[in-house]
Design a protein around this ligand. Structure first.
Ligand SMILES: NC(=O)c1ccc[n+]([C@@H]2O[C@H](COP(=O)([O-])OP(=O)(O)OC[C@H]3O[C@@H](n4cnc5c(N)ncnc54)[C@H](OP(=O)(O)O)[C@@H]3O)[C@@H](O)[C@H]2O)c1
Length: 252
């Protein structure tokens, strides 16, 4: 397929690399900043523009990989007629594209993507949706060239999965951040925790999370809980989270 990518951030970069690797042809990158557009244009060997009126109208698919707020606004300045257009957002209805084209849908990557990621790319599940069956079929075929995991999910359930991803990924990572700061403050090595972090994530492949729960709260071990809460007296933010999680676990 001939592809135009609108946006030059994390998703645009990672999708662009996948699209090139799948032997599609990226014909143009648009970004509101010409330097970002140029940087991706050079990487993909295609033209680049910073003006929506200059967007190439000969592509088969237009991928809008821009912020959720920008998606709301771009419908006033981008008109693609009958061209197939998709966005990549988890919590934005596909209908936001209805003024841009008569054929629209969603290509949402349920993965944390960073343009500078150097780690071996793990699976990127793609959640797809469209305003009509014929469009869905084209998006599905395209999606399967980028990922082996493609699922048809409407606006409401995509929002649920996005919310769930925020909790298991973003919130967990915030806990790692607070814990790393705590470890630094207490002069203990956060890296010693890497194996336990990885082991729990790996065990989830074959077990329900509720079956994996360990720790003093699930054992109702009040004396250890008291020691931990006392030890957190100089870390009020972490102490609040510790108490909230403990209360939730004690109710199980
Ligand atoms: N990153 C992820 O892990 C991930 C995963 C799944 C879905 N998504 C979704 O994918 C979309 C893009 O995310 P991202 O991570 O690629 O974001 P990003 O790295 O922050 O890039 C956002 C892009 O949107 C452009 N932009 C911002 N405001 C704009 C405006 N008013 N008009 C035109 N362009 C504008 C930015 O241009 P400038 O560089 O000029 O600011 C940039 O090219 C979002 O809907 C996000 O929710 C992201």
């Amino acid at each position: 397929m001939r592809v135009v990518i609108i946006g030059a951030g994390n998703v645009a970069s990672v999708f662009g690399r996948l699209i090139s690797a799948a032997n599609h042809e990226i014909i143009q990158v648009y970004s509101r900043s010409i330097s970002s557009a140029q940087s991706l244009g050079k990487e993909f060997g295609c033209s680049f523009v910073d003006n929506l009126e200059a967007v190439d109208l000969t592509a088969d698919i237009y991928i809008l990989a821009i912020t959720d707020n920008a998606l709301q606004n771009i419908q006033d300045s981008l008109f693609l007629g009958d061209k197939l257009v998709v966005h990549t957002a988890g919590s934005v209805s596909k209908k936001v594209l209805s003024n841009i084209s008569s054929q629209y849908g969603v290509l949402y990557p349920l993965q944390s993507l960073r343009k500078d990621q150097s780690e071996d790319q793990s699976i990127i599940p793609l959640l797809i949706d469209a305003n009509k069956e014929s469009v869905l079929s084209i998006i599905e075929q395209f999606a399967f060239t980028l990922s082996s995991v493609v699922s048809i999910v409407g606006d409401d359930k995509r929002l649920c999965l996005h919310l769930a991803a925020v909790i298991v990924n973003n919130f967990t990572n915030h806990l790692y951040t607070l814990t790393a700061e705590y470890c630094k403050n207490e002069e203990v090595d956060f890296k010693m925790l890497q194996p336990i972090i990885e082991q729990t994530a790996l065990r989830l492949r074959a077990n329900l999370p509720a079956d994996l729960q360990t720790g003093p709260a699930i054992r109702n071990d009040q004396s250890t809980l008291d020691k931990h809460i006392q030890a957190l007296s100089n870390h009020p933010e972490l102490k609040t989270i510790y108490l909230t999680f403990t209360e939730s676990l004690l109710k199980r």
